[in-house]
Design a protein around this ligand. Structure first.
Ligand SMILES: Nc1ncnc2c1ncn2[C@@H]1O[C@H](COP(=O)(O)OP(=O)(O)OP(=O)(O)O)[C@@H](O)[C@H]1O
Ligand SMILES: [Mg+2]
Length: 1025
């Protein structure tokens, strides 16, 4: 939009809010005129689109145009109906809020064309599958069908919609149109039986007569000449140059097929019946009407599927109930004609509603699996109507526009207020006219005009249009928006008829003539005609005339009350949606391109309430833009913001406007937008930009001439720099998030720290993954962050269990045996004997003496006894403590001390009382035997270089694990014959065993020495492969 600001002198402003003199109607119209002359038919008032009918095909609705508006912001492109369509579509998708587009304007202003353009835009730009394509086709094809039955040529418009239409387009979660629904309002049924001069009946009648195949016409009893039909001759205008009924007939037939119609025959029977009804002629004597020719009745009976005689009677008589008896009272000529016309209107009106329902069934979204859909509603409804002669229809239409205006004011003010609030800007109250007072005047219960009209329709006695007017004067006579001839001042009286009342609508005054109000409101069909229709065999009519209606004693709602209720429902529908507005204007009455009739346009600007629209929109600020957009456009105007502003956007904009010299009252800075109060401020900025662009362009040209390669290099450098800047921005963003997360790291998980916490967790787990302990002995474990302490502990246990389990699974029987022995050694010696730790890494061996090391005689003496372990030991004599080399053999039942080939001593395990050993590092130990055992010569003092292993083996073989005493200082032992010996142990650096002067055996415990036979744990193959 900004791009066109510069051309404003020639093409006006694209948004009326930028009009300096926004309260001037003349300025408003001048802007429209400038644009219209340039074929610019669209202009905004904020987000409201004003559209002027060009009355010529403009090249602005191509597929390329659709693409140009797709997904682009409102202000980035020139105003267009596609921009409104796209904006609603995007809001629906991004904000998940249902939308509606309200199109209004007087007859011929282009409402229906606008709604078709919107529909086409969605059909082309929305995603589609095969199924969606069917829906799109049906949505598009619903138009020619509804137009054939609901549109007619009027003086104002060759294709005038004679009904109001609200259409929902339903979109699935992918944004594809998947269904639709139409609500119709107030079809102008009177047109079926009467047309003003120069006007026509609904298109379908002419299409059928012009386009219908010979066979079809013959079956329907029709002639190919509209002049033959009373209902088609009133306007004396069967042919219209802009309409080709024959080709339209084909379009409609095709559309009916696309919609999936299979009641064509019944439908055309009804259309033909209406034409035949119109030709029913009455004659009669003494005032009683009778039908003069029965040709029509014959066709009618067949086409409507009713009994001809019954129909004839119903068309000439009225059923009355007197004293409980049903009587047929003959109708006079006038009554009979109006009964016939009432039947035609009822049949056509109800068939139209049936048709809408039929289309709805075909458009219904049937996918049960996904019920939720979003909606864009299109309202194409009659605008304010002010004619020379205004009747009941204009009253309803203008009432509808009052309601829409009320909705507009409420929603526009609400959204303005919400925007101010969101931006933190104080709301400045807007003075506007609240038209609720007029809505109440029309619709209020008991006191409103509709209630009074209904009362007159229902009350017994001689109610008439005149009594209705009198009642109005009595009831609402004092209302500031109501005047009648009787109540008016002299000046007003001159322009008012005695049978008129005037309403001062929000858009202006309208005089309504009360003649026909009661009849139109009653919309009555004689009961016997209704009964005939209820008996019809036509499939469509059986649905239109329900038999239950006959038994229903309650009077049906009047036309005005039905309309009021349908409007209330419409308001509810619209209120639940986000609205957009299209206000259509007709430039002249002669349907001519390029003619701008100022008087006519001024009238519409007034009655569309456009000046009021503008006043509300301009109440606060004329212009508002997001900071980034404003800064991007105008940054070149300030050295601090050019070429790029590095700080916060708000600061950038503040710096820029300060540099531009904006005065405080000219603008406000919100949270994300700048608000500029007067257009002149913006224009001055825009002009400055234009000057700046010229000077930049001159510089650029100079540079370009100077050296193209330099320009290319600069361009490439620019790209690289932008990429670098983007990377830097990302990095800065990550760091910022990190720092914030770090500060909040001890808090509960919250948006500030979640990124940080997630990262810490992730990195701990990755570190753990890379550094898991390799085996059970590896106790290393990464330190967890505080938030993961508990989880880390769980993981550590699991990991350990897992390692133990897999280790156990792989363990060999030999190694298991080894471990069992080591466990026993640990139980006996751990923390009790000094040389135990050195023994831990050395494996126990199965024996220290092999078969060849032991004398065969010894082996022979042992016989079958199985040898479990053998080790060389030193035996100390009991008396002189002389050291003698011996072998200690452990069998399954005893420990045997051997000297060469002799078994020197055998100690049965059962007789082994205990074993004593010192707590130091020596290898001495004493095997205690009972002193009263004569076979033994007393306890045995031995020394083994593998004392831990040897004693563990004895403890296991003799099952004496608990009988090993570890002594500190000295050990007593028996020498035989009740005598005792003592071994004193003292720590020292080298092992020394000698008899002391006190007769004790003195042992200086040396540091243990590595044994020749020892094998280190590490080198032993502990695990079976
Ligand atoms: N954007 C447009 N471009 C070209 N011609 C247009 C455009 N809009 C409207 N017209 C012309 O104006 C005629 C009347 O338009 P349309 O039928 O949409 O009016 P309307 O507002 O729906 O009137 P009514 O209230 O009578 O239904 C169209 O038949 C078409 O010839
Ligand atoms: Mg229309």
């Amino acid at each position: 939009m900004e791009s066109a600001l510069t051309a404003r002198d020639r093409v006006g402003v694209q948004d009326f809010v930028l009009l300096e003199n926004y309260t001037s109607e003349a300025a408003f119209i001048e802007n429209l005129r400038k644009r219209f002359k340039e074929n610019l038919i669209y202009t905004y008032i904020g987000s409201v689109l004003v559209s002027v009918n060009p009355y010529k095909e403009l090249e602005i609705y191509t597929k390329n145009h659709m693409e140009r508006y797709r997904g682009v912001n409102f202000y980035e492109v020139s105003p267009h109906i596609y921009a409104v369509a796209d904006n609603s579509y995007r809001s629906m998708r991004t904000e998940r809020k249902d939308q509606c587009i309200l199109i209004s304007g007087e007859s011929g202003a282009g409402k229906t064309e606008a709604s078709k353009k919107i529909l086409q835009y969605y059909a082309v730009t929305c995603p589609a599958s095969e199924q969606v394509q069917t829906v799109k086709d049906r949505l598009l094809q619903s138009n020619p069908v509804l137009e054939a039955f609901g549109n007619a040529k009027t003086l104002r418009n060759d294709n005038s919609s004679r009904f109001g239409k609200y259409m929902d387009i339903q979109f699935d979660f992918k944004g594809a149109p998947v269904g639709g629904h139409i609500i119709n309002y107030l079809l102008e049924k009177s047109r079926v039986v009467h047309q003003n001069h120069g006007e026509r009946n609904f298109h379908i009648f002419y299409q059928l007569i012009e386009g219908g195949e010979e066979d079809l016409l013959r079956r329907l009893g029709l002639e190919r000449n509209p002049q033959q039909y009373q209902y088609l001759v009133k306007g004396n205008c069967p042919k219209v140059s802009s309409i080709n009924d024959r080709s339209d007939w084909k379009v409609v037939r095709k559309a009916l097929t696309v919609i999936g119609f299979n009641e064509d025959e019944e439908l055309l029977n009804i259309i033909a019946s209406v034409l035949h009804l119109g030709n029913v002629q009455y004659g009669g004597e003494e005032g009683n009407a009778c039908i003069t020719s029965d040709t029509q009745i014959k066709y009618l009976a067949r086409l409507l599927g009713v009994n001809g005689t019954v129909l004839t009677e119903a068309l000439t008589h009225k059923k009355i109930i007197a004293k409980g008896e049903e009587l047929m009272s003959p109708l006079n000529l006038e009554q009979a004609s109006s009964a016939r016309d009432a039947l035609s209107k009822a049949v056509y009106g109800r068939t139209f509603t049936w048709l809408v329902n039929k289309i709805n069934a075909s458009l219904a979204y049937t996918d049960d699996s996904y019920k939720h859909y979003s909606v864009i509603g299109l309202l194409d409804i009659y605008g304010f109507e002010v004619f020379q002669h205004n009747s009941f229809e204009q009253f309803c239409i203008n009432y509808c526009n009052e309601k829409l205006q009320q909705l507009f004011i409420e929603l526009t003010l609400k959204s303005e207020q919400e925007e101010y609030e969101a931006e933190g800007i104080t709301w400045e109250p807007v003075q506007y006219f609240n038209n609720k007072i007029i809505c109440d005047l029309v619709e209020e219960k008991f006191k409103g005009i509709i209630s009074i009209l209904d009362e007159e329709c229902l009350r017994p006695g001689d109610a008439s249009d005149t009594t209705f007017l009198e009642k109005l004067e009595d009831t609402v006579g004092g209302h500031p928006h109501f005047v009648t001839h009787k109540l008016a001042d002299g000046k007003t009286r001159k322009v008012m008829g005695r049978d008129e009342f005037r309403l001062l609508h929000y858009a202006g005054e309208v005089n309504y003539n009360v003649n026909g109000f009661l009849d139109k409101n009653n919309d009555l069909l004689f009961r016997n005609l209704k009964e005939v229709m209820c008996m019809s065999e036509n499939k469509i009519l059986t649905q239109c005339f329900d038999r239950e209606e006959l038994s229903d004693k309650k009077r049906p709602d009047t036309a005005a009350t039905q309309f009021k209720a349908s409007l209330a429902k419409l308001m509810e529908i619209l209120m639940s949606k986000e609205p957009s507005y299209v206000r259509c204007i007709k430039p002249n009455d002669s349907k001519q391109a390029g003619r701008f009739d100022e008087v006519l346009i001024r009238h519409q600007v007034k009655y569309l309430g456009l000046m009021e629209n503008l006043r509300v929109r301009r109440a606060g600020f004329a212009y508002r833009r997001r900071y980034e957009v404003f800064l991007q456009r105008y940054k070149s105007l300030c050295p601090d913001t050019w070429p790029n502003w590095q700080g916060k956007l708000a600061d950038g904009v503040a710096t820029l406007v300060k540099h531009l010299g904006y005065k405080p009252e000219e603008y406000k800075l919100g949270r994300s937008k700048i608000f500029i109060r007067f257009p002149k401020t913006l224009f001055a900025t825009e002009d400055a930009l234009e000057t700046r662009k010229h000077s930049l362009a001159t510089k650029l040209q100079w540079y370009l001439h100077w050296d193209h390669s330099i320009a290319i290099q600069a361009w490439w450098r620019g790209i690289l720099a932008r990429r670098r800047a983007q990377r830097r921005r990302q990095a800065a963003d990550t760091i910022r998030r990190f720092i914030k997360g770090f500060i909040y790291r001890h808090k509960e998980r919250c948006p500030e720290n979640e990124y940080f916490l997630d990262y810490v967790r992730y990195s701990f787990l990755m570190k753990l993954h890379r550094n898991l302990p390799k085996n059970v002995l590896d106790k290393s474990w990464p330190t967890p962050p505080a938030a993961l302490t508990e989880a880390s502990e769980h993981l550590r246990k699991l990991c350990m269990q897992n390692m133990v389990w897999s280790y156990c699974k792989k363990i060999s029987p030999e190694w298991k045996h080894q471990m069992e022995q080591k466990m026993i050694a640990s139980e006996i010696f751990k923390d009790k004997k000094d040389n135990y730790p050195q023994s831990v890494p050395k494996l126990f061996v199965s024996t220290r003496l092999n078969g060849e090391d032991i004398n065969p005689k010894v082996l022979q003496a042992l016989g079958t006894e199985k040898m479990k372990y053998a080790v060389p030991v030193t035996k100390y004599d009991r008396k002189g403590y002389k050291a003698r080399p011996r072998q200690l053999l452990l069998t399954s039942s005893s420990a045997v001390i051997v000297e060469e080939a002799k078994l020197k001593q055998r100690i049965d395990y059962a007789a082994l009382k205990g074993i004593s050993v010192s707590s130091l590092s020596d290898g001495l130990f004493v095997l205690h035997v009972p002193s009263d055992d004569n076979k033994q010569k007393g306890d045995v003092v031995l020394q083994s270089d593998h004392v831990i292993e040897t004693l563990t083996k004895i403890a296991i073989c003799a099952d004496k694990i608990n009988s090993i005493n570890i002594n500190q200082g000295s050990i007593k032992f028996t020498v035989g014959q009740g005598k005792e010996g003592i071994i004193d142990f003292t720590p020292g650096s080298e092992l020394l065993v000698a008899k002391a002067k006190n007769g004790h055996l003195s042992v200086v415990s040396g540091l243990s020495h590595p044994q020749l036979h020892s094998v280190s744990l590490q080198r032993f193959p502990i695990v079976s492969k």
